[in-house]
Design a protein around this ligand. Structure first.
Ligand SMILES: [Zn+2]
Length: 253
């Protein structure tokens, strides 16, 4: 395993994702790709999830106070997300997809920054959902977050206008079942790729953490770009420790 920790070397290395012989790239992105956009890692020490316990899915369904707490948290995150802009690493993934090199992008993030960087929806797999909109837990209809704010401010949890079911931000909450179709797509893509990239994921949250192993078993090269060590570093051919936005700063040139 080779470790790169200087910027010029890292920038030269990532250029081969675009210019090299890889044809079937799959990438997994986590919180670390968005911290350079000003979005805190909500799970990290000092992150808002360490100050406020996340609302479990079962509590959301059962209890009005839990729902209001969850909505309050969504609005707080919505403010972070609205202030953030996609960075060079998000842009690099978009340009790799446009060049036909990147076939699937699996993200653990719920911030919508890949979409805002123009990443094609049909190649994006959001395994933790998306918190920039809400869905009805009963009928699945989509609703916008902003429209729910006055209702929550008035002390009520929002309901579906079609079926009166509970509306919830379209993220996968703790205790909520993971989306099976998305996970299947992610595993299939990992098994078929020739290069698996990890960007800004500490690879400790399952099931995302299993995907690099699937890729390596299928014969793919594994490259991990993450500021800290991960449990899968020893499976990687190269590990890159430099900040992601700077690492991809010259990628479009
Ligand atoms: Zn409904």
């Amino acid at each position: 395993m080779k470790c790169i920790d200087t910027l010029p070397e890292a920038q030269r290395f990532v250029a081969q994702f675009k210019d090299g012989s890889y044809r079937q790239i799959v990438a997994l992105t986590g919180a670390g790709i968005s911290t350079d956009s000003g979005i805190p890692d909500f799970r990290s020490p000092g992150g808002i999830w360490s100050k406020r316990q996340p609302v479990q899915y079962q509590d959301f369904v059962a209890d009005e106070d839990s729902r209001l707490e969850d909505w309050d948290r969504r609005f707080e995150m919505m403010d972070y997300f609205a202030r953030a802009e996609p960075n060079a690493a998000h842009q690099a993934m978009t340009s790799l997809a446009q060049a036909g090199k990147l076939h699937c992008l699996i993200t653990q993030n719920v911030d919508g920054l890949h979409q805002r960087a123009g990443f094609p929806n049909d190649k994006l797999v959001e395994i933790h959902g998306n918190s920039t909109f809400a869905t009805c837990l009963s009928c699945g209809v989509r609703a916008e977050l902003e429209a729910q704010k006055p209702i929550v401010d008035a002390g009520q949890s929002p309901r579906c206008s079609d079926c009166n079911g509970l509306l919830k931000a379209a993220v996968i909450s703790f205790g909520q079942q993971m989306p099976e179709m998305e996970l299947e797509r992610a595993a299939e893509a990992a098994a078929a790729c020739d290069l698996f990239l990890v960007l800004g994921s500490s690879l400790v949250v399952h099931p995302a953490a299993q995907l690099p192993a699937i890729a390596v078993r299928g014969g793919a090269d594994l490259v991990i770009l993450n500021g800290q060590e991960t449990p899968l570093d020893s499976y990687a051919s190269t590990v890159i420790r430099t900040p992601l936005a700077q690492t991809f700063a010259r990628f479009g040139e």
